[in-house]
Design a protein around this ligand. Structure first.
Ligand code: AHR
Length: 355
Protein backbone atom coordinates (compact mmCIF):
# COMPACT_ATOMS: atom_id res chain seq x y z
CA UNK A 1 0.00 0.00 0.00
CA UNK A 2 1.42 3.33 -1.00
CA UNK A 3 2.14 5.84 1.87
CA UNK A 4 1.28 9.38 1.12
CA UNK A 5 4.17 11.78 0.79
CA UNK A 6 2.88 13.85 3.73
CA UNK A 7 2.68 10.83 6.00
CA UNK A 8 6.23 9.76 5.17
CA UNK A 9 7.57 13.21 5.98
CA UNK A 10 5.71 13.23 9.26
CA UNK A 11 7.04 9.83 10.25
CA UNK A 12 10.61 10.84 9.39
CA UNK A 13 10.43 14.00 11.50
CA UNK A 14 9.04 12.10 14.48
CA UNK A 15 11.84 9.53 14.36
CA UNK A 16 14.43 12.28 14.13
CA UNK A 17 12.90 14.07 17.06
CA UNK A 18 12.92 10.92 19.15
CA UNK A 19 16.61 10.29 18.35
CA UNK A 20 17.52 13.90 19.03
CA UNK A 21 15.71 13.80 22.36
CA UNK A 22 17.59 10.67 23.39
CA UNK A 23 20.98 12.12 22.58
CA UNK A 24 20.12 15.42 24.30
CA UNK A 25 19.04 13.60 27.43
CA UNK A 26 22.37 11.64 27.54
CA UNK A 27 24.45 14.84 27.18
CA UNK A 28 22.85 16.77 30.05
CA UNK A 29 22.61 14.11 32.75
CA UNK A 30 25.46 14.48 35.25
CA UNK A 31 27.72 11.44 35.20
CA UNK A 32 27.23 9.25 38.18
CA UNK A 33 30.50 9.59 39.93
CA UNK A 34 30.61 6.81 42.38
CA UNK A 35 32.90 7.59 45.27
CA UNK A 36 35.89 5.27 45.34
CA UNK A 37 35.44 2.63 47.95
CA UNK A 38 36.68 3.92 51.27
CA UNK A 39 39.84 1.97 51.88
CA UNK A 40 40.32 2.17 55.59
CA UNK A 41 43.94 1.80 56.59
CA UNK A 42 44.64 -1.26 58.67
CA UNK A 43 44.83 -0.25 62.27
CA UNK A 44 48.39 0.68 63.22
CA UNK A 45 49.32 -1.79 65.88
CA UNK A 46 51.94 0.09 67.83
CA UNK A 47 53.85 -1.75 70.54
CA UNK A 48 52.61 -0.64 73.91
CA UNK A 49 54.81 2.23 75.03
CA UNK A 50 57.74 0.61 76.74
CA UNK A 51 57.18 1.14 80.46
CA UNK A 52 59.59 3.87 81.51
CA UNK A 53 62.24 2.39 83.82
CA UNK A 54 61.12 2.72 87.41
CA UNK A 55 63.11 5.15 89.47
CA UNK A 56 63.48 3.81 93.00
CA UNK A 57 63.44 6.07 96.04
CA UNK A 58 63.97 5.39 99.72
CA UNK A 59 60.26 4.65 100.07
CA UNK A 60 60.58 1.74 97.64
CA UNK A 61 63.12 -0.05 99.81
CA UNK A 62 62.01 -3.15 101.67
CA UNK A 63 65.11 -4.09 103.60
CA UNK A 64 65.92 -7.34 105.32
CA UNK A 65 68.54 -6.22 107.86
CA UNK A 66 70.59 -8.94 109.58
CA UNK A 67 72.21 -7.46 112.68
CA UNK A 68 74.96 -9.28 114.64
CA UNK A 69 73.23 -8.95 118.01
CA UNK A 70 73.31 -6.41 120.82
CA UNK A 71 76.76 -6.96 122.29
CA UNK A 72 77.87 -3.36 122.86
CA UNK A 73 77.00 0.33 123.06
CA UNK A 74 78.36 0.67 119.53
CA UNK A 75 75.94 -1.99 118.33
CA UNK A 76 72.99 -0.33 120.09
CA UNK A 77 73.83 2.93 118.28
CA UNK A 78 74.15 1.09 114.96
CA UNK A 79 70.75 -0.60 115.38
CA UNK A 80 69.14 2.69 116.42
CA UNK A 81 70.62 4.37 113.34
CA UNK A 82 68.84 1.86 111.08
CA UNK A 83 65.53 1.87 112.93
CA UNK A 84 65.34 5.64 113.25
CA UNK A 85 66.46 6.40 109.68
CA UNK A 86 64.01 3.83 108.28
CA UNK A 87 61.14 5.42 110.23
CA UNK A 88 62.07 8.94 109.14
CA UNK A 89 62.68 8.13 105.47
CA UNK A 90 59.79 5.73 104.91
CA UNK A 91 62.00 2.67 104.39
CA UNK A 92 60.29 -0.64 105.22
CA UNK A 93 62.71 -2.37 107.59
CA UNK A 94 62.54 -6.05 108.49
CA UNK A 95 65.01 -6.21 111.38
CA UNK A 96 66.59 -9.48 112.51
CA UNK A 97 68.79 -9.82 115.61
CA UNK A 98 71.06 -12.85 115.09
CA UNK A 99 72.08 -12.95 118.77
CA UNK A 100 75.72 -13.28 117.77
CA UNK A 101 75.21 -16.68 116.11
CA UNK A 102 76.46 -17.22 112.58
CA UNK A 103 73.89 -19.96 111.90
CA UNK A 104 71.12 -17.48 112.77
CA UNK A 105 72.53 -14.97 110.30
CA UNK A 106 72.69 -17.58 107.53
CA UNK A 107 69.15 -18.75 108.17
CA UNK A 108 67.80 -15.16 108.24
CA UNK A 109 69.64 -14.41 105.00
CA UNK A 110 67.99 -17.43 103.39
CA UNK A 111 64.57 -16.29 104.63
CA UNK A 112 65.05 -12.78 103.23
CA UNK A 113 66.13 -14.20 99.86
CA UNK A 114 62.87 -16.17 99.77
CA UNK A 115 60.74 -13.20 100.87
CA UNK A 116 59.29 -11.67 97.67
CA UNK A 117 58.72 -8.29 99.33
CA UNK A 118 62.41 -7.85 100.23
CA UNK A 119 64.46 -6.10 97.54
CA UNK A 120 67.58 -5.32 99.61
CA UNK A 121 69.46 -7.45 102.15
CA UNK A 122 71.82 -5.66 104.54
CA UNK A 123 74.32 -7.73 106.50
CA UNK A 124 76.42 -6.80 109.54
CA UNK A 125 78.58 -9.91 109.36
CA UNK A 126 79.62 -11.74 112.50
CA UNK A 127 82.44 -13.56 110.73
CA UNK A 128 84.51 -12.98 107.64
CA UNK A 129 83.43 -16.32 106.16
CA UNK A 130 80.31 -18.52 106.08
CA UNK A 131 78.04 -16.63 103.67
CA UNK A 132 79.00 -18.08 100.25
CA UNK A 133 75.84 -20.16 99.79
CA UNK A 134 73.38 -17.45 100.78
CA UNK A 135 75.24 -14.83 98.76
CA UNK A 136 74.89 -17.07 95.70
CA UNK A 137 71.19 -17.53 96.48
CA UNK A 138 70.73 -13.77 96.72
CA UNK A 139 72.51 -13.24 93.42
CA UNK A 140 70.33 -15.84 91.68
CA UNK A 141 67.21 -14.22 93.14
CA UNK A 142 68.47 -10.76 92.00
CA UNK A 143 68.37 -9.33 95.53
CA UNK A 144 70.67 -6.41 96.19
CA UNK A 145 73.14 -7.13 99.01
CA UNK A 146 74.85 -4.35 100.96
CA UNK A 147 77.42 -5.07 103.70
CA UNK A 148 77.47 -2.62 106.60
CA UNK A 149 79.97 -2.27 109.45
CA UNK A 150 82.14 -5.32 108.64
CA UNK A 151 83.83 -6.67 105.54
CA UNK A 152 83.75 -10.34 104.59
CA UNK A 153 86.13 -12.57 102.62
CA UNK A 154 84.01 -12.90 99.48
CA UNK A 155 84.42 -11.88 95.88
CA UNK A 156 83.18 -8.31 95.54
CA UNK A 157 80.85 -9.39 92.70
CA UNK A 158 78.74 -11.11 95.36
CA UNK A 159 77.57 -7.83 96.93
CA UNK A 160 76.82 -4.31 95.75
CA UNK A 161 78.97 -2.35 98.20
CA UNK A 162 80.44 -2.41 101.71
CA UNK A 163 80.05 0.61 103.98
CA UNK A 164 82.09 0.52 107.18
CA UNK A 165 85.27 1.37 109.02
CA UNK A 166 88.87 0.97 108.00
CA UNK A 167 89.65 -1.30 110.95
CA UNK A 168 93.30 -1.69 109.95
CA UNK A 169 93.71 2.07 110.13
CA UNK A 170 91.97 2.04 113.51
CA UNK A 171 94.61 -0.50 114.64
CA UNK A 172 97.37 1.80 113.35
CA UNK A 173 95.89 4.70 115.33
CA UNK A 174 95.56 2.48 118.42
CA UNK A 175 99.26 1.55 118.29
CA UNK A 176 100.26 5.18 117.76
CA UNK A 177 98.16 6.27 120.74
CA UNK A 178 99.60 3.48 122.92
CA UNK A 179 103.09 4.50 121.90
CA UNK A 180 102.44 8.12 122.91
CA UNK A 181 100.94 7.06 126.26
CA UNK A 182 103.85 4.72 127.11
CA UNK A 183 106.38 7.31 126.05
CA UNK A 184 104.72 9.97 128.20
CA UNK A 185 104.64 7.53 131.14
CA UNK A 186 108.44 7.09 130.75
CA UNK A 187 108.27 3.33 131.15
CA UNK A 188 111.33 1.21 130.56
CA UNK A 189 109.37 -1.69 129.06
CA UNK A 190 106.42 -1.69 126.67
CA UNK A 191 104.57 -4.95 127.35
CA UNK A 192 101.00 -4.73 126.14
CA UNK A 193 98.24 -7.29 126.63
CA UNK A 194 95.48 -7.54 124.05
CA UNK A 195 91.79 -8.14 124.77
CA UNK A 196 90.53 -8.87 121.29
CA UNK A 197 87.10 -8.70 119.67
CA UNK A 198 84.99 -11.77 118.95
CA UNK A 199 87.02 -14.39 117.09
CA UNK A 200 86.35 -14.27 113.34
CA UNK A 201 85.00 -10.71 113.20
CA UNK A 202 86.74 -8.45 110.68
CA UNK A 203 86.72 -5.63 113.26
CA UNK A 204 88.93 -7.71 115.58
CA UNK A 205 91.09 -9.31 112.88
CA UNK A 206 91.91 -5.99 111.25
CA UNK A 207 92.42 -3.96 114.44
CA UNK A 208 94.89 -6.64 115.59
CA UNK A 209 96.68 -6.51 112.24
CA UNK A 210 96.88 -2.71 112.17
CA UNK A 211 98.12 -2.50 115.76
CA UNK A 212 100.90 -4.99 115.08
CA UNK A 213 101.91 -3.20 111.88
CA UNK A 214 102.61 0.01 113.84
CA UNK A 215 103.73 -1.15 117.28
CA UNK A 216 107.24 -2.28 116.31
CA UNK A 217 108.47 1.22 115.56
CA UNK A 218 107.76 2.12 119.20
CA UNK A 219 109.20 -1.04 120.72
CA UNK A 220 105.82 -2.37 121.89
CA UNK A 221 105.43 -6.13 122.40
CA UNK A 222 102.06 -7.90 122.65
CA UNK A 223 102.75 -10.35 125.47
CA UNK A 224 99.31 -12.02 125.73
CA UNK A 225 96.08 -12.05 123.77
CA UNK A 226 92.60 -13.35 124.55
CA UNK A 227 89.11 -12.51 123.32
CA UNK A 228 86.79 -10.53 125.56
CA UNK A 229 83.87 -11.04 123.12
CA UNK A 230 83.15 -7.29 123.13
CA UNK A 231 81.77 -7.47 126.70
CA UNK A 232 82.63 -5.96 130.12
CA UNK A 233 82.38 -9.05 132.42
CA UNK A 234 84.27 -11.38 130.09
CA UNK A 235 86.99 -8.78 129.52
CA UNK A 236 87.32 -8.12 133.24
CA UNK A 237 87.87 -11.85 133.76
CA UNK A 238 90.46 -11.92 130.97
CA UNK A 239 92.35 -8.99 132.51
CA UNK A 240 92.26 -10.60 135.97
CA UNK A 241 93.86 -13.68 134.45
CA UNK A 242 96.53 -11.58 132.68
CA UNK A 243 97.37 -9.79 135.92
CA UNK A 244 97.72 -13.09 137.73
CA UNK A 245 100.08 -14.37 135.04
CA UNK A 246 102.35 -11.30 135.05
CA UNK A 247 103.03 -8.13 137.02
CA UNK A 248 105.01 -6.80 134.09
CA UNK A 249 102.22 -5.20 132.04
CA UNK A 250 102.42 -1.58 130.91
CA UNK A 251 99.49 -1.37 128.53
CA UNK A 252 96.12 -2.86 127.50
CA UNK A 253 95.00 -2.85 123.88
CA UNK A 254 91.24 -3.49 124.22
CA UNK A 255 89.25 -3.83 120.98
CA UNK A 256 86.22 -1.83 122.15
CA UNK A 257 85.00 0.38 124.98
CA UNK A 258 83.34 -2.45 126.91
CA UNK A 259 86.56 -4.47 126.88
CA UNK A 260 88.54 -1.42 128.02
CA UNK A 261 86.06 -0.81 130.86
CA UNK A 262 86.32 -4.48 131.95
CA UNK A 263 90.12 -4.17 131.97
CA UNK A 264 89.96 -0.92 133.97
CA UNK A 265 87.76 -2.58 136.60
CA UNK A 266 90.21 -5.49 136.92
CA UNK A 267 93.22 -3.15 137.15
CA UNK A 268 91.55 -1.15 139.94
CA UNK A 269 90.55 -4.27 141.84
CA UNK A 270 94.17 -5.41 141.63
CA UNK A 271 95.15 -2.22 143.50
CA UNK A 272 96.69 -0.53 140.45
CA UNK A 273 95.82 2.82 138.86
CA UNK A 274 94.64 2.70 135.23
CA UNK A 275 96.11 5.57 133.24
CA UNK A 276 99.13 5.68 135.58
CA UNK A 277 100.37 2.16 136.30
CA UNK A 278 98.85 0.65 133.16
CA UNK A 279 97.85 2.55 130.01
CA UNK A 280 94.53 1.58 128.40
CA UNK A 281 93.50 2.14 124.79
CA UNK A 282 89.93 1.38 123.66
CA UNK A 283 87.92 1.64 120.43
CA UNK A 284 84.46 2.98 119.47
CA UNK A 285 84.35 6.28 121.43
CA UNK A 286 80.84 5.77 122.75
CA UNK A 287 79.45 7.92 125.57
CA UNK A 288 80.49 5.20 128.02
CA UNK A 289 84.02 5.25 126.67
CA UNK A 290 84.10 9.04 127.01
CA UNK A 291 83.39 8.77 130.76
CA UNK A 292 86.62 6.82 131.24
CA UNK A 293 88.58 9.22 129.03
CA UNK A 294 87.27 12.10 131.11
CA UNK A 295 88.33 10.36 134.35
CA UNK A 296 91.75 9.71 132.80
CA UNK A 297 91.48 5.94 133.28
CA UNK A 298 91.40 5.32 129.54
CA UNK A 299 94.24 7.10 127.79
CA UNK A 300 92.85 7.03 124.23
CA UNK A 301 89.67 6.01 122.47
CA UNK A 302 89.78 5.35 118.72
CA UNK A 303 86.51 6.28 117.07
CA UNK A 304 84.41 3.77 115.11
CA UNK A 305 81.33 5.33 113.53
CA UNK A 306 78.10 3.32 113.98
CA UNK A 307 75.73 5.87 112.38
CA UNK A 308 75.81 4.25 108.97
CA UNK A 309 72.15 3.87 107.99
CA UNK A 310 71.73 7.06 105.89
CA UNK A 311 74.72 6.13 103.73
CA UNK A 312 73.68 2.48 103.48
CA UNK A 313 70.09 3.26 102.44
CA UNK A 314 71.27 5.82 99.87
CA UNK A 315 73.62 3.26 98.36
CA UNK A 316 70.81 0.69 98.25
CA UNK A 317 68.62 3.11 96.27
CA UNK A 318 71.50 3.64 93.83
CA UNK A 319 71.90 -0.10 93.50
CA UNK A 320 68.23 -0.65 92.68
CA UNK A 321 68.50 2.11 90.07
CA UNK A 322 71.41 0.28 88.42
CA UNK A 323 74.13 2.77 89.36
CA UNK A 324 77.47 1.12 88.64
CA UNK A 325 79.63 4.00 89.89
CA UNK A 326 79.33 3.23 93.60
CA UNK A 327 82.68 1.99 94.97
CA UNK A 328 82.92 -1.50 96.44
CA UNK A 329 84.02 -0.03 99.77
CA UNK A 330 82.98 3.29 101.27
CA UNK A 331 85.16 3.77 104.38
CA UNK A 332 83.84 5.77 107.33
CA UNK A 333 85.51 9.01 108.38
CA UNK A 334 86.71 8.67 111.99
CA UNK A 335 88.82 10.44 114.60
CA UNK A 336 90.59 9.77 117.89
CA UNK A 337 90.11 11.13 121.40
CA UNK A 338 92.65 11.37 124.23
CA UNK A 339 92.50 11.80 128.00
CA UNK A 340 95.22 14.43 127.50
CA UNK A 341 92.65 16.72 125.83
CA UNK A 342 91.36 17.35 129.38
CA UNK A 343 87.97 16.91 131.01
CA UNK A 344 86.46 20.31 130.00
CA UNK A 345 87.24 19.84 126.29
CA UNK A 346 86.09 16.21 126.32
CA UNK A 347 82.86 17.14 128.09
CA UNK A 348 82.16 19.74 125.39
CA UNK A 349 82.77 17.18 122.64
CA UNK A 350 80.57 14.64 124.40
CA UNK A 351 77.65 17.09 124.40
CA UNK A 352 77.69 17.16 120.60
CA UNK A 353 77.97 13.42 120.06
CA UNK A 354 75.01 11.22 119.14
CA UNK A 355 76.10 7.95 120.78
O1 AHR B 1 82.19 -3.95 114.17
C1 AHR B 1 82.26 -2.94 115.09
C2 AHR B 1 82.50 -3.52 116.44
O2 AHR B 1 81.44 -4.36 116.79
C3 AHR B 1 82.57 -2.53 117.56
O3 AHR B 1 83.82 -1.99 117.75
C4 AHR B 1 82.16 -3.36 118.70
O4 AHR B 1 81.85 -2.65 119.88
C5 AHR B 1 80.99 -3.97 118.05
O5 AHR B 1 80.22 -4.74 118.72
Amino acid sequence: MMMSRTLRIALTLSAAAILAGCSSSAATTAPVVTAPPVVTAPPVVTAPPSAAAKVFTLKDLTVGFIQTGSESGWRAANTASFKETAATEGVTLKFYDAQNKLENQVSAFHTFVQDPSVNVIILAALDVTGYDTVLAEAKAAKKLVVLEDRRIDADSSMYYTYIGSDFINEGHEGAKAMCDLLTAAKVTKKNVVEISGAVGASAGIDRAKGFRENMGACGITVTATQTGNWGVPESKAVMEAFLKQSKDIQGVFAHNDEEAIGAIQAIKEAGLVPGKDIQVVGFDATADGFKYLISGEMGADIECNPLLAPQVFDAAVKGLNGDTTVPKWIPSQEGQFFAAQGAPALNDILKTRKY
